[in-house]
Design a protein around this ligand. Sequence first.
Ligand code: PLP
Length: 260
Amino acid sequence: MATNTLPKVLSIGGFDPSGGAGLQIDILTLLQIGVHPLTAVTAITIQNSFTVKEVYPVSTQTLAEQLEIVIDDYQVEAVKIGMLADRKIVEIVAGFLEKSKFKYVVVDPVIKATSGTCLLRSDALSLFKERVVPLSTILTPNLLEASELVGFSVKSIEDMEKAAQIIYRLGAAWVLVKGGHLSGCECTDILYGGNILSRFPGSRAEPKDVRGTGCILASALAGYLAQGKPVIESVELARGFTLGKIKTAQKIGRGRPQAV
Ligand code: PLP
C-alpha cells in the first residue's frame, strides 16, 4: 500500500453544518491546495447560508482528546486556528500550542460572524491576546477583528498599518490585516513582520458576500507554509487562491454564496 506523503495541516475550529465556513471549508481548501487536512472541533455551530443561529462549544475534554489523538499519530507541519468560542476552549488550545511547539501556527482571530453572531465570547478576548497571539506565526484579522484586538476603530490603510504593528508587539511573528471591509472599491491587505511592512493592493471582487473567506485565506496560508513556502510567497498565493474562490463561488443555499 502506498504511503501518503502530503504535508499535514491540523485545523482547529468550528463545525458548520452548511459547509460554507469553519472546518468544512478548511478541509475543502486544504485538499484543493494539496495538503492533508486533520481537524479538531471546538464548537458545533447551527448555521446556514443566512445566519449563525447558535454556538455550542464542545467540552474541554472532548477537544483535548481530539488534539491528543491526532498528535499521537500524525506529524503535523502546520496548525490553523479558527473559531475558539469561549475562554475554556482558548485555554485548551493555548496549552496544546505551548506544549507541542509547531513550526507554523496560522491564527484567524474569529470574533463575530458577518451575520453578527458572537463566535468568541468577549470574556475570552484577553486570554486569547495573552496566550494565543504570541504563539502565532501569522495572525490574519479583518478590520473588525483588528479593531477588537487593538481597542480602536481600524478603518483606513494607515489604521491597518498602526494596528498591525500593535498586534505584532503582542507577540505574533507576522500580522496580515485584511482590507476586504475597507470602504470604497480598494481592499488592500497589510503585512507586517517587524522589519517588513508591505501593502498588497487589490480591488473588490464579486460577489461581495461570499461566506467563510477568512477561513479560506487562513487555511490556504497554513497549506502553503506546510508545503515549505516562505511567508510572503504563502501570503501572495493564499490571497490569489481566496480571490479565485470568491469569483467561482456559487449559491448553494438560498442565502449568501459559498466557495466550491
Ligand atoms: N462559522 C464558523 C465556524 C467560522 O469559523 C466563521 C468564520 O471564521 C464563521 C462562521 C463566519 O463566517 P462569515 O464571516 O463568512 O459569516
